[in-house]
Design a protein around this ligand. Structure first.
Ligand code: SF4
Ligand code: SF4
Length: 235
């Protein structure tokens, strides 16, 4: 599973960098490299684009995994070059951007060069799909392990909308209808009667709609609390 990213338009990036004469570029050697959005080749290409746009590039690096704690060490090792920049341009997922922003020796703006799209699973070579939006109250138990929240264009929880044709979703002949997939798999298992069950209105409070999420994880016992961040850390 990878965090799928796409590069922002150069105009948007240049707008962020409007007040910066000098920029330090940071890529990520994991997901952004796999997506060809923030690896070594893309960092070098971005350097050229920024220089052509009149910016000075104080330096660049590709951190092995920008979202993990070793990012702090990489920033410290390159602190002298980073100090010479007015800002950092992060060619990483949004978690990488936030990790980088925590650790420079001297606080400075960190701007995202990428849009973070979703957690992707490779279903065929080079093609990634979203299989879970991490809603916090999983319904896969009654949908034959196919998520209707992310696989159905309308996130329908109680069967199809009626717009599918030849097993494809009405939004595109290239997109399978999630409920056709669910029907087919339930039929294969002889469990079509489960389609009759009504899924109640979804409680979205366990999703990001319920507020910032966070958990405490005990090294021996696993998750010991399952609370929103606000509940876990009262003011
Ligand atoms: S129902 Fe929620 S937790 Fe389960 S696969 Fe779908 S998005 Fe993920
Ligand atoms: S055609 Fe299928 S996947 Fe598309 S919106 Fe309707 S039920 Fe959902």
């Amino acid at each position: 599973m990878k965090t799928i990213t796409a590069q922002k338009p150069l105009e948007e990036i240049m707008h962020y960098l409007d007040k910066c004469r000098s920029v330090y570029i940071i890529g990520c050697g994991t997901c952004a490299t796999l997506c060809h959005t923030g690896g070594k080749a893309e960092a070098v290409e971005m350097k050229e684009k920024l220089e052509n746009g009149g910016k000075k590039v104080a330096g660049w690096m590709v951190i092995p995994t920008a979202c993990d704690e070793l990012t702090r060490d990489a920033l410290r090792e390159n602190a002298a070059d980073i100090a010479g920049a007015d800002c950092i341009l992060a060619m990483t997922c949004a978690t990488g951007v936030q990790t980088i922003a925590l650790h420079p020796k001297e606080v400075k703006p960190v701007y995202p060069a990428l849009n973070t799209l979703f957690l992707g699973t490779e279903d065929s070579p080079g093609h990634f799909i979203e299989e879970c939006m991490q809603c916090g109250s999983c319904v896969l138990g009654r949908t034959a392990a196919i998520c209707p929240l992310v696989r159905c264009a309308k996130s329908l929880l109680n069967g199809p909308c009626g717009g599918s044709a030849d097993g494809k979703c009405e939004i595109s002949p290239d997109v399978p209808c999630a409920w056709q997939l669910i029907y087919d798999r339930l039929a294969e298992m002889g469990r079509l009667d489960e389609m009759e069950e009504i899924e109640p209105v979804k409680d979205w409070s366990t999703s990001v709609s319920g507020g910032p999420r966070g958990v405490d994880v005990d090294a021996e016992c696993g998750i010991v609390t399952d609370k929103t961040e606000a509940e876990a850390k009262p003011a």
